[in-house]
Write a protein that binds this ligand. Structure first.
Ligand SMILES: NC(=O)c1ccc[n+]([C@@H]2O[C@H](COP(=O)([O-])OP(=O)(O)OC[C@H]3O[C@@H](n4cnc5c(N)ncnc54)[C@H](OP(=O)(O)O)[C@@H]3O)[C@@H](O)[C@H]2O)c1
Length: 282
């Protein structure tokens, strides 16, 4: 989205870089840095100036506070793909919406990177992830990815289906990374007093103000948490525990070399990744 100009973030040309996530090994340390050693495997937690210091590079420099130890038990490619989706889903659901065991959590674009992470995190907490997709054909894939139930908008009425899956109560939490006119159906599917978190914008159409059911509404950007060292520590601890227990793992679609990055972007834009992560190696 940054490369195509779809994000509001300004990309300075020429010599712009891309890449907001990645993993690597500490090659050098600034003076006064403690808690890290040369050779430590780490993952990036935030690259606010990605157009200058993006991770599509053999070497990059970041403040020491913008890396955490690479979670043990992940392949390098998985470690490259875990942070943005999982920290966003964790930040939105756990830090922002205070998700608890038993909560019914309605997740849009559930087959996408954030959606898959959200389902795994909900399961790790003991909440009940209800996946939303546009395609009935994705049902089995989403059940295998951890959905307790799947709602396909090419067949189901969202509010009716959520009532059916929640014993007529409605969803406690709605995580909407799609937005657009479809959000109105999500609002109808939420329980009065529930929480709606708007965290993405895959549908470019306008989103009507969410009126109807009384909800607490958040607009979420992960930088709110990934630039906060205290929350990053909690996020990293949660991810490490989930990886160790086998509950959290990013789904990888394909790997490309940096020379193949144009092909990687085309692959992504055509939707051939099926919502799974594409990893570029340098
Ligand atoms: N708030 C933050 O800090 C933050 C952080 C990371 C990402 N995001 C945002 O979150 C959103 C999702 O990111 P992601 O990486 O999970 O995306 P992704 O992996 O590319 O999601 C792909 C899935 O989204 C669904 N989708 C695509 N276009 C859609 C549309 N127009 N209407 C409905 N569903 C659509 C499709 O699922 P189906 O075909 O199954 O419907 C597709 O499989 C993006 O807008 C991204 O910018 C926000």
């Amino acid at each position: 989205m940054m490369r195509s100009g779809a994000l509001p973030a300004v990309v300075t040309l020429p010599n712009a870089r891309l890449g907001v996530e990645g993993t690597g090994v500490v090659d050098a340390l600034g003076s006064g840095v403690t808690g890290l050693e040369i050779g430590d495997p780490v993952i990036l937690t935030a690259v606010p100036d990605a157009s200058v210091r993006g991770s599509y590079a053999e070497y990059t420099t970041v403040p020491a506070s913008r890396v955490v130890a690479r979670p043990a038990g992940l392949a390098v490619a998985e470690a490259a793909a875990i942070w943005v989706a999982f920290s966003t889903a964790y930040g939105a659901l756990v830090e922002k919406a205070s998700m608890r065991p038993g909560d019914h959590v309605l997740i849009t674009a559930a087959s996408g990177g954030v959606g898959r992470a959200a389902m795994q995190i909900a399961n790790q907490i003991g909440a009940v992830p209800i996946a939303v997709t546009r395609h009935t054909a994705k049902r089995d894939d989403l059940l295998a990815a951890g959905a307790a139930a799947v709602i396909a908008t090419d067949r189901d009425d969202v509010a009716d289906a959520v009532r059916h899956h929640t014993g007529a109560t409605g969803a406690d939490i709605v995580l909407d990374v799609v937005m657009g006119p479809g959000q109105q159906d999500l609002v109808k599917a939420a329980r009065p007093g529930g929480t709606l978190i708007a965290a993405g914008f895959l549908d470019p159409r306008p989103t009507p103000f969410p009126a109807g059911t009384p909800l607490t509404i958040f607009s979420y950007r992960s930088f709110e948490h990934t630039l906060d060292a205290v929350v990053v520590k909690r996020m990293a601890a949660f991810l490490n525990a989930g990886v160790r227990l086998g509950a959290l793992r990013p789904a990888i679609d394909r790997m490309f070399t940096l020379e193949g990055v144009v092909e990687a972007h085309r692959h992504l834009e055509k939707g051939l990744h099926g919502g799974k992560k594409i990893v570029v190696t340098v």
